[in-house]
Design a protein around this ligand. Structure first.
Ligand code: PLP
Length: 480
């Protein structure tokens, strides 16, 4: 499965290196949807193949391209129709062009001086997204992903609920409490840990039958905190939970926000992409324009290359500067001559910042909002199709009702064997290089989680995914 573009060692100058690299890239890209999605090797076997300690020649381009070929040969082809494991797949081509340009022009998006175009692209993007989401007087920034964006949102809420926390820390004040649905992403627990709130003070609110937060239970939990002298400061609604794809309904949460004055964040890492389609926005995100903050990953459903995220803050500008900036950055930031274009790094948690704006911008210009919206709408239709596939199959069953973009199902066997059987089935498909589907546990029972995030996906791909899975499951039942 090794890539083999012929390399003439005698002719290796910089021009040939680029020519060769482009051939490798082109050949790999063309092969991405063909054959098996993976030449699987166990970690031990792969370790032997890679032979990382092998003494090689230095300054040798043949060696370098050997490592490139080996890397590609044993990596999953994430653009393959059978890769339905994650929230992202092989990236959009405009985005890949952006990544290559970012690599060759290697700079940091922390200052206008070092990244002038990127600074304007990022600001443009923030304006586009604020408008699309409906945030007025807002601000935003690109972060390294939704885990980070969730933490920054919680940090903003923490610092704004107490004037002294930035300088004095959490000492000598009321205990702070944050609330999330029981299925919220684990980055919330990490944020509570990092920010000194403590994971015990991250209250997991019970869910309804469809996996969304029970707002009556949230209100009760908040009342309990208040009775005990705590300060409820932050609630995160998930727009598309990681496993089930549930959307916490925003209108009742907004009512509670008005009553209790907490910060209402919306974690749209996965399902926030619905905001691009007016119809889906109305269906899944009513009231979003009134939330306090929102995050969305462009590297997930929208296909920009990993990582590509935005965090938006509503009606409170400036928030990010006062909350995030600290210490003396005067060696870096040049505010005095940039009255209009401030250095974006000054209001970031990072010092060096990867240029993530170009790939997003190129995708945005190439596909347009409408193009990206119809992609998301198509995914939803394909999920409906996948759900009906499961429902019409005698061998399969839905594990929980589908409410949006996640199809959680399993192969039907006796309950006591179900977890082990389904895990074996999934792993067998993975090791054969046939398909890679996610697994997760809902109420202690293992489910397979099918996610469709490939713009090239069609019903035929879903047919072949399920046909393979059912045939392999049947063979396992027959002891093969
Ligand atoms: C709901 C939700 N929030 C946050 C995240 C974290 O996103 P990132 O991988 O960009 O840090 C995920 C990742 O899957 C997610 O599903």
């Amino acid at each position: 499965m090794m890539n083999s573009v012929y390399l003439d060692p005698a002719a290796m100058n910089e021009q040939h290196i680029f020519e060769h690299l482009l051939k490798v890239i082109e050949q790999y890209h063309a092969s991405q949807r063909k054959g098996k999605f993976l030449d699987y090797r166990s970690p031990a076997e792969l370790g032997r193949i890679l032979d990382l300690e092998r003494p090689g020649k230095t300054q040798d381009w043949q060696e370098i391209f050997h490592w490139v070929d080996t890397y590609l040969a044993y990596s999953p082809k994430t653009n393959h129709a059978a890769f339905v494991n994650r929230m992202w797949v092989g990236a959009n081509l405009p985005s890949i062009v952006g990544e290559i340009i970012v690599a060759i022009s290697n700079s940091s998006a922390c200052t206008f001086e070092s990244a002038p175009v990127s600074t304007l692209l990022e600001k443009y993007m923030i304006r586009q997204m604020l408008q699309l989401v409906g945030f007025t007087r807002g601000e935003g920034q690109m972060t390294t992903g939704s885990s980070n964006a969730n933490m920054i949102a919680m940090m903003a809420a923490r610092n704004l609920c107490s004037d002294s926390v930035k300088q004095a820390g959490l000492f000598g004040q009321k205990k702070l409490f944050a609330f999330v649905g029981a299925d919220a992403h684990y980055s919330m627990d990490k944020a509570a840990n990092i920010l000194g709130v403590g994971t015990d003070q991250l209250i997991k609110v019970p869910l309804n039958r469809l996996g969304a937060m029970e707002f009556d239970q949230l209100a009760q939990a908040i009342d309990m905190v208040l009775v005990n002298g705590g300060l409820p400061f932050f609630v995160s609604a998930t727009a598309g939970t990681t496993v089930r794809g549930a959307y916490d309904p925003l209108p009742p949460l907004l009512e509670l926000r008005d009553r209790y004055k907490f910060w209402l964040h919306v974690d749209g890492a996965w399902g926030g992409a619905a905001a691009l389609s007016p119809g889906l926005k109305e269906k899944y995100l009513p009231g979003l324009a009134e939330a306090d903050s929102f995050t969305c990953d462009f590297h997930k459903m929208l296909g920009s290359s990993l990582m590509c995220n935005i965090l938006l803050i509503n009606k409170r500008s400036p928030t990010l500067g006062p909350v995030l900036s600290a210490g003396d950055g005067s060696y870096l930031f040049r505010d005095e001559h940039t009255s209009e274009i401030e250095d974006l790094g000054a209001v970031s948690l990072q010092c060096g910042r990867r240029v993530d704006s170009l790939k997003w911008f190129l995708d945005w210009k190439f596909f347009g909002r409408e193009g990206l919206a119809s992609r998301v709408e198509k995914y939803l239709e394909l999920c409906e199709y996948a759900e009906s596939w499961v429902e019409h199959s005698p061998e399969l069953e839905m594990a929980v009702p589908r409410t949006s973009f996640n199809v959680c199902f399993r192969f039907k066997v006796a309950k006591e064997q179900s977890n082990a059987f389904n895990l074996d089935l999934r792993n067998r498909l993975y090791h054969e290089g046939t398909s890679l589907v996610g697994v997760a546990y809902i109420d202690g029972r293992l489910v397979m989680r099918l996610l469709i995030a490939n713009p090239a996906a069609e019903r035929a791909d879903i047919d072949s995914f399920f046909n393979n899975l059912v045939a392999t499951g049947r063979a396992m039942l027959e002891g093969k």
